[in-house]
Design a protein around this ligand. Structure first.
Ligand code: SAM
Length: 284
């Protein structure tokens, strides 16, 4: 089959299924499963795609038409310039979470410049996105990634290896701090923060394909922050910091939780859409 024909039928299938970005998604899927590039689509539209690649592309297009997100189908996603593999129990890392990396990075660089090393703890590491992005940017840092999911920890370990960061990254299975020992210079976390009753109202791509454990923050969405705020000081160097991603309406509540545990808000950052997204706390 010709590349242009495969692209055309893929676009048509996704448009017919009501997929918003049908043309873009079709292009990404066709390129991946046929091993072609955008340049091929423009310069060599008549190139022949072998039948196995056509079959693999059609399977992938059928999955997308049924609602599965593109990056789940591809099996990986880019985050802060790293290629991160996904698995059943990992959240697909979001561009908004790069805001958390941006917020911590200057502090980390200063810390390393002053002290030569830096230990990070990433609570609810998932694919390892936050920890690995920070390690890639700061070669003197080391990180421990914690998750309750063994599947997520295996994927984070694979991502560390694939990105050449495994010597500085270790993974621990733990319910937040339970199995964590020692003190860290920085504690980072993008915990589950959606109110339980809201899960059913989320977009199908999120509701059906991101793991519930990565989303559900309990009745008011704040369960994880309560635990992290209450226990962070015992695992933090005296002049260390805690940086958390939050839901856009949680700034006040999360700030209060940390203030009650002896922290002060040192920075708040907004995401790409201008909504509150990241809070950074230091100890009083
Ligand atoms: C919103 S996801 C964030 C994943 C990743 N850090 C990111 O930003 O893409 C939250 C993560 O917390 C983990 N998690 C949920 N409850 C946990 C708990 N009690 N202890 C440790 N990790 C937990 C989930 O398995 C999930 O990987």
């Amino acid at each position: 089959m010709k590349l242009s024909v495969l692209l055309g039928e893929s676009r048509a299938s996704l448009a017919e299924a009501g997929i918003d970005d049908a043309a873009l998604d079709a292009r990404v899927i066709v390129e991946h499963f046929s091993g072609t590039s955008r340049t091929d689509a423009i310069g060599r539209p008549d190139m022949a795609i072998d039948p196995r690649a056509v079959a693999a592309t059609r399977d992938a297009i059928a999955r997308r038409a049924a609602g599965e997100p593109v990056h789940r189908i591809l099996g990986f996603r880019e985050f802060y310039g790293l290629k991160l593999f996904l698995s059943a129990e990992t959240l697909e890392p979001r561009p908004d979470t790069e805001t958390l990396v941006d917020a911590v990075l200057p502090w980390l660089r200063r810390r390393v410049a002053a002290g030569g090393a830096c230990r990070l703890l990433d609570l609810g590491t998932g694919t390892g996105a936050i920890a690995l992005a920070l390690l890639a940017e700061v070669p003197q840092a080391t990180a421990v990634g914690v998750d309750l999911s063994a599947d997520a920890l295996a994927t984070a370990g694979r991502n560390a290896l694939e990105n050449g960061l495994s010597e500085r990254f270790s993974a621990i299975r733990s319910n937040w701090f339970e199995a964590v020992s020692g003190r860290f210079d920085a504690i980072v976390s993008n915990p589950p923060y959606i109110e339980s009753r809201e899960i059913a109202t989320l977009q199908r791509e999120v509701r059906e394909f991101d793991p519930a454990r990565a989303l559900d923050g309990g009745p008011d969405g704040l369960d994880a922050y309560r635990t992290i705020a209450a226990q962070a000081a015992a695992h933090l160097e005296p002049d260390g910091l805690v940086a958390v991603e939050i839901g856009h309406a949680q700034k006040r509540d999360v700030t209060h939780l940390f203030e009650r545990s002896g922290f002060r808000l040192v920075e708040a950052r907004s995401d790409l859409a201008g909504r509150d997204r990241v809070l950074v706390f230091g100890r009083n």
